[in-house]
Design a protein around this ligand. Sequence first.
Ligand SMILES: Nc1ncnc2c1ncn2[C@@H]1O[C@H](COP(=O)(O)OP(=O)(O)O)[C@@H](O)[C@H]1O
Ligand SMILES: [Mg+2]
Length: 364
Amino acid sequence: MERSPFPHSGPLEADEVTGRDEEAAALVRLLGGRVPIALVAPRRYGKTSLLRRGAWLLDQVEPTTTVWLDLYGLSSVSDFAVRLDRALGSSTGRFREALDRVAGGLRISIGVVSAELRRSARSAPDATATTHALLESLVRVAEHHRTLLVIDEVADAIGVGNVLELMRSHLQPVYRELGLAFAGSKPTMMARLFGDTDQPFYSQARRIELQPLPIEAVVDIVHRGFRSTDRDAGPVASAIASFGAGHPQRSMELADAAWWLTEPGAAATADTWDAALAGVRSRVAPGMRDFFGMLTSTQQAVLRAVVRTGAPFAASEGRFHDLSRSSITIARDALVDAGHLLFGPGASTLTDPLLADWVARELP
Ligand SMILES: Nc1ncnc2c1ncn2[C@@H]1O[C@H](COP(=O)(O)OP(=O)(O)O)[C@@H](O)[C@H]1O
Ligand SMILES: [Mg+2]
């Protein structure tokens, strides 16, 4: 069975990431120089993929162990301890040996924290003490092993117990020795955490805002994927680049659909593109309907206004939906905070080109 050259669920492997060469080189330079970075972009823009590539390139320049800590949907300090334990527990080799030795001295066993924290309340260890011990272990091992700590979806830790402060207290003294990469999808939260001078530790990180993929990069990725599997993308590559507007995951999803409709040895045509788009539209429609239904009615109206006019404030749209300017502002800010709306100085756009397409087709 052939495999599609356009994976589109979950992060790419390091060697699958293309079209982000400059960003990857910048990551290697900064992380190699021990400058903490904070990568900011909407969901499914390729943050985790790019960090994987950066970590992989860095490892080739100077052998480095990467610890991946994913805070997506973090709920509590216990949850943090469990995720950190898992991240440390997946390490191997010399790093792992050193880690087990240090952790043993602090009376914890890497890899079993989850079971311990879920024991009945009386005998369970204290989550904060466990977190201290895990962070302490990591930091001590990093003194002797080149280490990169990736903290993905860090904005999800905002407001969760004292997680941010726990991380800061352990990482601040060593941030010059340890590679430190943060990533997050919630733009406003990320701007606050990393731009805020009241957060001296986090604000040291160099902020990198990941942009949509350039049109040429998408065209190139699509052509290359087809060619490498004995197909010709024909007009489909530029159709995807223009419809997908540089959204990495959506562009790959569309390319994947067109690829499955193209026989080996054949060339895709305009009909292939029409059929691929129709297929993707019908596949995503139920999810779009569910997503849209969960928004407030003002947020729905703002998305509709942006799709129709490129701006949330068009006077005619405000009148049409019977909304005040202040309620529009609140709804717009919530959509921007959640990463659904890209609010630029020129025109605003929906982050997801397929959502924009769905709104334009389904709603007047
Ligand atoms: N450089 C890239 N080139 C092509 N597609 C990409 C690239 N980066 C990401 N993608 C697409 O986006 C999807 C999501 O990537 P991921 O790294 O998980 O995003 P994020 O971490 O920002 O949510 C991938 O499955 C892939 O289809
Ligand atoms: Mg990610």
